[in-house]
Design a protein around this ligand. Structure first.
Ligand SMILES: [Zn+2]
Length: 353
């Protein structure tokens, strides 16, 4: 059974090492910090460069420019480096609302030889225009289905997943509508669902307790195939009980903040460290759920790119895999997480295609 990439159908066996949650282009400028003094006000309007990287490490939201990925050239270099390091496929989780640019993704795939999978469905409410928020469920479902059958935005590039579906700090009318549309779309297309759970305090109303289980409950009540649901952002802070509870429902846990160890000073929020992420992955393997673990890097900020001093897309391959091996994981186990699990979740039953 195949996987849908920007180049059309790809055999599951050909997927290779996959980062299941990244962004080629994304605009997160809506989530910038509110400056509290003149220095912060000036910082907000600066461009990201080596001189102000130190401010971003203690608050990635302090410079608006950091929250925008829009350069095709930058991204081509990152993808080429990923390919050289042994990478094969990237899932571009930019959904409707955060800027997808399918034609550019197609071009990037061609020039880098990296397979790219696109998403459909709706990102968080604050990224969407009223024309979508207040549109009927029927019309929005039609939009998602039309993207799946005909292609995104006038191209013939089809999405291969529904995601990342954006859930706010609390689940309200929009979230319920978006989740219902998501389930209906899954039933008609066989695509898997990736849900963005708000895990960092970049939006108003953020609560430390994450709503992943509440989302699973809603998806289940509406008839979703929970075995094809991924709960994203489970590793901004590690909570083992939360991870286990998600796994028990049959859904996947995605730890996709590898490489992100920053602090958000105005919110006093310290991200988990990579070593904690590694320990959590090993603990969940020992708990018996190796088949339901996905890892990635959620590249979505300029500071994540190698051209701005970040890890790019190669951090897991170059730095995390060697540690996992040292910690006793077998090569086959790493292949399960980096190759087989993404292939299973991205695979679409031929009857839908
Ligand atoms: Zn997200």
């Amino acid at each position: 059974m195949p996987i849908l990439t920007v180049n059309g159908k790809l055999k599951k066996e050909k997927l290779g090492v996959t980062l299941p949650h990244e962004h080629l282009f994304i605009d997160l400028r809506f989530s910038h910090s509110s400056p509290s003094n003149e220095f912060e006000r000036q910082l907000l309007g600066k461009k990201v460069n080596i001189k102000n990287l130190k401010y971003l490490k203690v608050n990635p939201y302090s410079i608006k420019d950091n929250l925008l990925l829009s350069s095709k050239k930058d991204m081509r270099n990152e993808l080429i480096e990923f390919k050289r390091a042994g990478g094969s496929t990237i899932v571009n989780q930019s959904a409707i609302g955060c800027g997808r640019f399918p034609a550019r993704a197609f071009e990037l795939s061609k020039t880098s030889s990296v397979n790219i999978v696109m998403g459909t469905g709706f990102y968080t409410k604050n990224t969407l225009p009223d024309s979508i928020i207040f549109s009927s469920e029927k019309k929005l479902l039609e939009k998602v289905l039309s993207e799946f059958h005909k292609g995104i935005g006038g191209t013939n590039i089809r999405p291969g997943i529904i995601g990342e579906v954006g859930i706010g700090a609390t689940i309200e009318e929009w979230e319920l509508k978006s989740l219902k549309i998501t389930v209906k779309a899954q039933k008609e297309t066989g695509m898997s669902i990736f849900v963005h759970i708000q895990a960092v305090p970049a939006v108003p109303g953020f609560k430390e307790e994450l709503n992943g289980l509440e989302v699973i409950n809603i998806l289940e009540k509406n008839g979703a195939d929970i075995e094809r649901v991924v709960i994203c952002h489970t590793d901004a802070k590690i909570n083992i009980k939360y991870l286990k509870n998600i796994l028990k429902t049959g859904a996947y846990i995605e730890l996709e903040h590898f490489g992100k160890e920053f602090y958000i000073n105005d919110k006093d929020f310290l991200m988990a460290r990579d070593m904690e992420r590694i320990e959590a992955v090993i603990e969940m393997i020992n708990y018996g759920y190796i088949d339901k673990i996905l890892i990635s890097q959620d590249v979505c900020l300029k500071m994540d790119l190698t051209s701005y001093g970040g890890f790019g897309f190669v951090h897991i391959l170059k730095n995390i895999v060697p540690i996992l091996l040292k910690r006793g994981l077998r090569k086959e186990e790493i292949e399960t997480i980096l190759i087989r699990n993404p292939a299973t979740i991205l695979d679409i039953n031929e009857k839908y295609l």
